[in-house]
Design a protein around this ligand. Structure first.
Ligand code: F6P
Length: 357
């Protein structure tokens, strides 16, 4: 009898259920004699022993279901080695519960922080396999994470909708896209929806350059402009601050988010009327798109195969359109950021999209 634990950790995204379905179905099909434990609310469930035995039927009808049937939570990596408020050693508790369930492998569906903890548990001697989740697409070692493409679809749809109202009014529209440290989502949604200006954390912006681009559009007779702004977009001045100074500045910012600050500066410097839209968590919600369902099935089936081959301590990854595996120790704690000179950005610039630099 093979015993597997599944957990979904960190911010949710589309295709978490589809990926778990892939793992479970691959194992049931290959050997049948499998017991799967669903660990509830991410690592919290592993720490506090909240889990339940799952049945094959739990994995039916969930391919197109958003969210996660197991629930999730954020348990920052830096707190993992700290005892909880009752003095509980969380890492020891996770190991104890793993052994209590008598698991052969723990499968962690998670992003950066979650895979760091997965690596920690692997170093502590547990059999762990990671699956790359996040709308941010910022996990090192894989070209793509599940959830990203579905979030691009949502954000693109939002900007498409803004286009129709924007074309009726002479206004500047800012759409704030998720991704606080990296700009994959605003980059892809911005290009896909024909945004005029895209601001990414990786390319600090100059407000004058943004205003020049807006004025040039107005002069060319364009009735409106659309900016796709990463929630973590940063000005050149702010990028020059130390981490501490920048954190302090953000804490005392009088605007609810960076888009409002940019909008205010644009209005003051160009006189153009500005409207702001923040789709927020809708970008993580709803059903996975067909691309993510296929990706989830490929990743899930690969994890199933790795469990059967006893290949532990790896993240299932996509490289050059091939599903592969990367040691957790190689990816733990590394962010995959957007290269400001990448081909997508060059193409966008070639057709006149401004990055505010
Ligand atoms: O990591 C995914 C993500 O959606 C980021 O894009 C966003 O900055 C963050 O999570 C939001 O986190 P929370 O759901 O905890 O507010």
């Amino acid at each position: 009898m093979l015993k597997i634990g599944l957990l979904t950790s960190g911010g949710d995204c589309q295709a978490l259920n589809a990926t778990m379905r892939g793992v479970a179905k691959a194992l049931y099909k290959a050997i049948g004699d499998v017991e799967i434990y669903g660990i509830e609310d991410g690592y919290k469930g592993l720490v506090y022993g909240n889990y339940h035995k799952m049945k094959p039927r739990d994995f039916s009808g969930i391919l197109n279901m958003g969210g996660t049937i197991l629930g999730t939570s954020r348990m920052p990596f830096k707190q993992m080695r700290m005892p909880d408020e009752n003095g509980l050693d969380k890492v020891q508790a996770m190991k104890d519960n793993y052994h209590k369930m008598d698991l052969d492998c723990l499968v962690v569906l998670g992003g950066n922080g979650s895979q760091k903890t997965a690596n920690l548990l692997s170093e502590e001697g547990l059999n762990v396999i990671g699956l790359p989740k996040t709308i941010d697409n910022d996990l090192w070692g894989t070209d793509i994470t599940f959830g990203f493409q579905s979030a691009v679809d949502v954000a693109t749809q939002v900007i498409d909708n803004i286009h129709t109202t924007a074309s009726s009014h002479s206004r500047v529209f800012i759409v704030e896209i998720m991704g606080h440290k990296v700009g994959w989502l605003p980059l892809y949604a911005g290009v896909a929806s024909g945004a005029d200006i895209i601001l990414l954390p990786e390319i600090p912006y100059d407000i004058d350059s943004i205003c020049d681009a807006l004025k040039a559009r107005e002069k060319a007779g364009k009735r409106f402009s659309i900016l796709a702004v990463a929630e973590g977009a940063i000005s050149k001045e702010d990028a020059a601050l130390s981490k501490k100074e920048y954190k302090e500045k953000v804490k005392n910012r009088k605007y609810p988010s960076i888009s409002y600050e940019i909008g205010d500066r644009i209005f003051k410097e160009t006189g153009q009327e500005v409207r702001i839209t923040i789709p927020g968590h809708t970008q993580r919600g709803g059903a996975p798109d067909p691309y993510d369902r296929v990706l989830a099935t490929r990743f899930g089936a690969a994890a199933g195969k790795m469990i059967l081959n006893k290949e532990f301590g790896y993240l299932v990854a996509m490289q050059n359109n091939q599903v592969t595996k990367v040691p957790l120790s190689e990816i733990a704690g590394k962010l995959k950021t957007v290269d400001p000179n990448c081909e997508v950005i060059q193409a966008a610039k070639a057709i006149g999209i401004s990055f505010g630099d």
